[in-house]
Design a protein around this ligand. Structure first.
Ligand SMILES: NC(=O)c1ccc[n+]([C@@H]2O[C@H](COP(=O)([O-])OP(=O)(O)OC[C@H]3O[C@@H](n4cnc5c(N)ncnc54)[C@H](OP(=O)(O)O)[C@@H]3O)[C@@H](O)[C@H]2O)c1
Length: 274
């Protein structure tokens, strides 16, 4: 049984980057997240970095009174990732989220603090019951090897990285390695931050399924085992569209067309980051 069974039970998650930046958008952002939750999405991704804690506050409002069964993910900034700094950052995130426990706590990207210190802090937070699992983000294969060489490094449950139809580099090395280690992949920027939705080459596929280009892009990521896309939308309608992508079944012909339009990598590709 995968240690990521609870997270991967949700075929899609809700991203929150850029939420919480502007108070006048808050009600809309909360409504969008609650729409996703009402439609059955359980995974919500945020970070202390987003709007300097503002996105965590939005998530806190969205999950208030409906926390049970949700899988809340947040991230510590690398600059805070010392032993003490990680614990302090986690306590502040818990406050903003209005919850007693974070389901998954990630190191946002590689830090200048020793990685072993961050891992020790994560393990301490698990022991204290403040987080359930921990992981990393923006780690390339060499970073993952380094992590796995550390004490308790193999307890890393997840690596959250850029992955979309247009950015398939991780399929060459990182994705198969992670699958072998039971490290789940959270696919960020699954819509290439909105650029993919304008790729008219996907129009015939969208028309064939009676769906939008964005929905086809998300449905494709959902075909990858051990991977969950976390698109962000501040709109109730677009959030509903994204969740409805879960029903699309792409056939062999569709997958071949996508491979022609967006070829698989044939060698190592540097990890893309935002
Ligand atoms: N770990 C990391 O370093 C890292 C880095 C980047 C992102 N992330 C996480 O991953 C999440 C997703 O990445 P992202 O937000 O950068 O990019 P994304 O999800 O690929 O794209 C978001 C953009 O697409 C638009 N959009 C969403 N659904 C749409 C739809 N159905 N039709 C048309 N447009 C749609 C959104 O606009 P509207 O809001 O107006 O709908 C927004 O402008 C983030 O929110 C964050 O939680 C993590």
């Amino acid at each position: 049984m995968s240690r990521n069974q609870q997270m991967l039970a949700s075929k899609i998650g809700l991203g929150t980057w850029k939420m919480g930046s502007n108070g006048s958008d808050e009600a809309r952002e909360v409504a969008a997240l609650q729409k996703g939750i009402d439609m059955g999405v359980t995974v919500i991704d945020t970070a202390e970095m987003y709007a300097s804690g503002g996105a965590e506050l939005v998530v806190g409002k969205a999950i208030k009174g409906r926390r049970d069964g949700l899988y809340v993910v947040t991230k510590v900034l690398p600059s805070n990732a010392s032993f003490k700094g990680t614990i302090q950052a986690c306590e502040q995130s818990l406050d903003r989220l209005g919850t007693d426990v974070i389901d998954l706590y990630l190191l946002h990207w590689s830090s200048s603090h020793p990685l072993q210190e961050t891992v020790n802090a994560f393990e301490h937070l698990v022991e204290k019951g403040l987080i359930k699992q921990w992981g990393v983000s923006n780690f390339d294969p060499a970073d993952m090897q380094e992590l796995y060489s550390l004490e308790n490094g193999a307890n890393c449950a997840v690596n959250q990285v850029y992955y979309s139809m247009g950015e398939r580099g991780i399929e060459f090395d990182l994705l198969p390695w992670q699958a072998g280690q039971d490290v789940a992949t959270m696919a960020y920027c699954p819509l290439d931050q909105g650029r993919l939705i304008n790729d008219e080459r996907l129009r015939p596929l969208a028309d064939k399924h009676g769906k939008t280009i964005a929905q086809i892009a998300l449905a494709w990521i959902m075909t990858r085992p051990g991977v969950i896309p976390i698109p962000k939308s501040s709109s109730v309608e677009r959030t509903a569209d994204n969740v409805n992508a879960c029903d699309i079944v792409l056939d062999e012909e569709d997958m071949m067309l996508i491979d022609q339009l967006f070829p698989k990598p044939t060698g190592p590709v540097p990890l893309k980051a935002t």
